[in-house]
Design a protein around this ligand. Sequence first.
Ligand code: SAH
Length: 426
Amino acid sequence: MRSTKKPGCKCVELKLSLSDLPHPSDKRIALRVAAPAERAIRQGHPWVFDQSIIEQSHSGMPGDLAVVFDAKRQFLAVGLYDPTSPIRLRILQKGKPASIDSNWFKQKINTAILLREPLKKQDTNGYRLIHGENDGLPGLVIDRYAETLVIKLYTLAWIPHLQDVYSALEEVQPFERLILRLSRSLNKQSKYLHGLTDGMTLAGQTPESLLLFKENGLTFECDPINGQKTGFFLDQRENRERVKRISKGKSVLNVFSYTGGFSLYAADGGAKEVVSVDFSGPATEATLRNIEHNKHLPNVSAATFETITKDAFEVLSEMKEHRRLFDIVILDPPMFAQNQSQVETALSAYRRLTKLGLDVLKPGGILVQASCSSRVDAASFFDAVHRSAKEAGRPLRELERTGHALDHPVTFKEGAYLKCLFAIAP
Ligand code: SAH
C-alpha cells in the first residue's frame, strides 16, 4: 500500500495508487450488433449481450471502451467492454460521441446529486448516490453513509476507470472515506482484480467500528465491509416511513428484519410492541444495537421490543399455533428468484408467506409484503399475494402499491425490482 497524498492537499488519503491500475486501451473497439440490439440501444437500453455482437474490430480487456456503429456505419453508442461477462457492453452514452473521463463522470454524478436533493430536508445522510444503470453508470453503485462512500462494482470494466471516478467524486461529492465492495461474481475473478479486494478501504481511515448514519432522523449502524449489499437496505427507506405513519398504538411483527430498519420506524411511529424475526444472529445483534442508538427518542424508549433469531417460516407457524396475533405484519424476504427458471417457485413462496402472514394478522390488520426479485414482475407479485389472501378467505383491500425510493430510480425494465403492497385484511 502506498500513500499518494500530495503535500498541502485537503483530499482524502488514498491507500493505493489508483493510477497503477490498468488503463483502458487508447484504441476503442468497434462493434456492430444485431438489429434487435441496435433498436434496444436506440430506446435507451444499457446492455448489449455477447450473442448480439455480429462484428468486432479487435479483442479487448475489461474496461476498454467500445463504440457501436449502426447499419449505416454511424456512431450509435459508446460503452464499457467486459469480455468476462455475458453483458459484453454496458452503454455509457448514446447518440453522440464523448470522451469518457473524469469530467464526463462528474456530470453524471452531479445529475445524480441533484435528483437526491430532497433527502437533505429529511435528516437523512444514508442513501444511494449512484444507482448503476439507472443513473447512467451501468454496473456501478455508490452508497453514502454519513461521511463514508461505499463503491460497489458489478463489472470488472470499472477497474481501469476507478481513478477518474475517484477524481470526479472528490470534486463534487466530498467524503472522508471510500470503501470498495465487489459483487459475488467479481470476487471470483482474482486474475483481473489487480490487488483490489472486497471490503478494502480505498481512501481515508479504515473504520475501527461500525458506521453510524441517519435515516429520517433515526440513527442506524451499518457494516460496510461485511454487511449485506453495502451494509444496509437503503431501498426500503420510503416504505419504512409509510410503516411509521400507520404504527401508532399497534403491535407490529417485522419478518426478515435484518438490522431492524422497519422495527425502529414502527417504534418511532408509536408502536407499542415490535417483534423482529431474522435467522441471522449478527443481524439480530445489530437490531438490538440499533434500538439502543435510538433510545433517546420517547416513542422508541416506550416501545417493547422482542427479537427472534430463527427461520421465519417456522416462527410464523409457531405463532399461529399459539394464536399470537399482530395489528401489522411486515414481510420483506430476500430475493427468491435468481433467474427466470425460479420465477414460479418464487411466486409460490410469496403465496405461502402471504398465507403465513395472514395467519398471525388480526382481523382488520395491515399486511405489508415486499418483493425484491427483479425476475418477478410487479403484476405477478401483486396477483400472487391477492390470490393467496382470497384462498385464505381474507380478500385484501389495498391501501397502496409502492415501488422504488427516490434514490433508487428505474430507467429500464430489468432495473425495476422492488414492489410492496400495503393492504388491510378482513
Ligand atoms: N427488511 C430488511 C431487509 C431484509 S433482507 C431491512 O429493511 O433492512 C432479508 C433478510 O432475510 C436478511 O437479513 C436474511 O438474513 C433474512 N432471511 C433470509 N431467509 C430467512 C429465513 N428463512 N428466515 C429468517 N430470516 C431469513
